[in-house]
Design a protein around this ligand. Structure first.
Ligand code: GLU
Length: 309
């Protein structure tokens, strides 16, 4: 049974991309967001972030939802899929355009690679603004157009519940960024903001690999008049050689021992051992009461335990 979305109620969420089975790194984000929501008597929602349709792997969504359930985590309310929400993204981009916050960009990938500086902190390309005042002559005949949002001179700061004060000058750290891609798909940065707003998410708990995206998302929230959630970024699990766990690094899917995986994720989050938790249900009976975000390591990345990388 789902509690009604009472006004003013807190809400957390887990928002996996269905590109493969859950691995230890995504389990850590799921456990942290679930424990935090339950500790705050908040709703906990699951959203399948399949906005990048070509990256979606058939069967991954079902696999993720079943793995979450096996680890004792079941969403409140129905699961939202980004692939069904295009009309909402379209309206949001139209609203941004109506206030002059966007422009069409005709740059090709090759031009972007040549012209963009790379931000040393994030490794991301910072758009140099080629099309900001209109597509330059010679580009105009091209049909494929991305839509970018202007960042102007905005400096965005927020207080992360674990990582502390985070601040970004968007112009130098991100640049005008894409909200609708040249292939017509909406960008993650836009979709996540529209969806968190629509679901009235108040508490975002996720991996620290997304911390550099957060100022861009706050910028969009402000332009769209959406409330700003709280943020808590947990360390990302990395391999012994320092790579983020992912399908690309061959991260192993979670094994059958759900309780052992939960305990490993809990320890990775710096939380005290739960001796009474001798089953998955018993784990979730005690974990929210023991959840202490001040014990989460204040680092962006930490090695996954042996056997789970
Ligand atoms: N879909 C993103 C991912 O799987 C997470 C987005 C978010 O939590 O905001 O990395």
């Amino acid at each position: 049974m789902t509690a009604p979305a009472a006004h003013g109620r807190r809400c957390g969420r887990f928002a996996p991309s269905p590109t493969g089975p859950l691995h230890f790194g995504s389990l850590v984000a799921a456990v942290a967001s679930h424990a935090d929501a339950r500790a705050r008597h908040a709703q906990w929602r699951v959203r399948i972030e399949d906005v990048d349709v070509p990256r979606t792997v058939a069967g991954a969504e079902e696999d993720i939802v079943a793995t979450l359930a096996r680890h004792g985590m079941v969403a409140d309310g129905s699961i939202v899929r980004q692939s069904a929400r295009t009309a909402h993204y379209e309206r949001a981009v139209a609203a941004l355009a109506a206030r002059g916050a966007t422009y069409e960009c005709a740059c090709t990938r090759a031009e972007l690679a040549l012209a963009s500086a790379v931000d040393p902190a994030s490794g991301e390309r910072v758009y140099p603004g080629t099309c900001r005042d209109g597509v330059p002559a010679g580009h105009a005949a091209r049909t494929a157009r991305a839509t970018r949002v202007r960042v102007g001179t905005a400096t965005i700061a927020f207080e992360d519940r674990v990582q502390g004060h985070v601040e970004q000058a968007l112009a130098t750290d991100a640049g005008d960024f894409v909200v609708r891609r040249s292939d017509g798909l909406y960008a993650y940065q836009l979709a996540v903001v529209v969806d968190d707003g629509a679901e009235r998410v108040t508490d975002i708990v996720r991996g620290a690999d997304l911390i550099a995206s957060t100022p861009r998302q706050i910028h969009l929230q402000r332009l769209l008049g959406l409330p700003e959630p709280t943020y808590l970024h947990v360390p990302v699990a990395i391999t012994a050689s320092g790579e983020k766990l992912s399908k690309q690094t061959g991260a192993s899917a979670l094994g059958r021992d759900a309780l052992a995986s939960l305990a490993a994720a809990w320890a990775f989050l710096g939380q005290p051992a739960l001796p009474a938790a001798d089953s998955v249900d018993a784990f979730w009976a005690v974990a929210p009461g023991a959840w202490d975000p001040t014990r989460i390591p204040r680092t962006y990345a930490a090695p996954a335990p042996r056997g789970l990388a």
